[in-house]
Write a protein that binds this ligand. Structure first.
Ligand code: PMP
Length: 323
């Protein structure tokens, strides 16, 4: 869908997949004016196709757009764009267990203009790709690398927006983490360098042995994960005590060592929930990577995927039918 200041949103079309033509002066190429989303379509046993909380993704795209001075796409248009892609060929939504169609909606500033101001022209696209089961051989705990040299976000920056620039900043620490045998990097707050923010592409939770479930409060510089929000709801439904607050990295380390923290997990649209077995840093490692995934982690993971795949009632009205 194209947008310009004079005409608003117009020219919604489904094209065959292929390269985009962009003016070399397009703002996106110079000032990083790009935002995106990640959301999936799930095929249920009766063949119907559903997506999960598209209003939340559509609203987040709007918040990202506001921060990056991009135009506001109505939330109904966001959901409709997913529906239109499915309408072209729903066979792309796999039916194998725990597989899905991953949508990547994104918006770029297309105005050809070298200068610092809000874009007067933009374009919104959705591409999609079938995604197999994230853990093909059973859910396996991962190691996380604590990044002490880099932050992904700054106070007053774009950390809470889902914009490409945030991920550009994360790439180098992410490569470092992988070189050290860790699957993702953990970022601390950009002000004191003490409190947990999030992983490169996931939010993080600590589970206490006494039944509390703790996650960093939205700080203005972490992404408001939709999986995070859904897990908070499911945890409350289970009668767990939920705490959204500042969590220091020492609380994590000490809690794992003392045994007060029994489980740690990360969450996001791609993997839903990934157990974290170990946290490693320059001069320490806590946790046991060979320990099995925790019970609370796996129970919440099962409940959320059961809702997404239509295996249990959708009591919160999170699913929206696409076909
Ligand atoms: N944090 C970051 C930096 C992410 O990229 C993602 C993935 N979108 C998340 C958290 C999790 O968000 P969600 O649950 O909406 O996928």
């Amino acid at each position: 869908i194209q947008w310009d200041k004079a005409n608003g949103w117009h020219d919604a079309r489904v094209h065959a997949y292929g390269p985009l033509a962009l003016d070399p002066a397009a703002s996106v190429l110079h000032y990083g004016q790009e935002i995106f989303e990640g959301i999936k379509a799930y095929r249920h046993a009766d063949g119907s196709i559903w997506t999960f909380r598209p209003d939340a993704n559509g609203a987040r795209l709007q918040r990202s757009a506001a921060r990056l001075t991009l135009p506001q796409l109505p939330v109904a248009e966001f959901t409709e764009s997913l529906r239109q892609l499915i309408a072209v060929d729903h066979a792309w939504v796999p039916s194998a267990a725990e597989s899905s169609l991953y949508f990547r909606p994104f918006m770029i500033a297309t105005e050809a203009f070298l200068g610092m101001r809000a874009a007067q022209a933009a374009a919104y696209y959705v591409i999609a790709s079938p995604a197999g089961a994230y853990f093909a051989k059973g859910v396996a705990p991962v190691s996380i690398w604590l990044s002490e040299d880099y932050a992904r976000a700054a106070k007053g920056g774009t950390g809470a927006a889902k914009c490409g620039g945030n991920y550009a900043a994360s790439l180098l620490p992410q490569m470092e983490a992988q070189a050290l045998g860790c699957s993702q990097v953990l970022f601390l707050d950009p002000v004191e360098g003490k409190y947990l923010e999030e992983l490169g592409g996931m939010n993080v939770f600590l589970v206490y042995r006494d039944g509390r479930i703790v996650t960093p409060a939205l700080s203005g510089s972490i992404l408001e994960g939709i999986t995070r929000e859904s897990i908070l709801q499911l945890a409350r439904d289970r009668g767990l005590q939920v705490e959204e607050r500042k969590v220091s990295v020492d609380e994590w380390k000490d809690g794992v060592v003392s045994g007060e923290i029994s489980e740690v997990f990360a969450c996001g649209t791609a993997a839903v929930i990934t157990p974290i077995g170990q946290l490693k840093g320059k001069d320490f490692a806590v946790g046991d990577i060979d320990a099995p995934a925790g019970e609370v982690t796996m129970a919440i993971r099962k409940e959320l995927t059961d809702i997404q795949y239509g295996r249990v009632p959708d009591r919160h009205g999170w699913l929206v039918r696409l076909r």
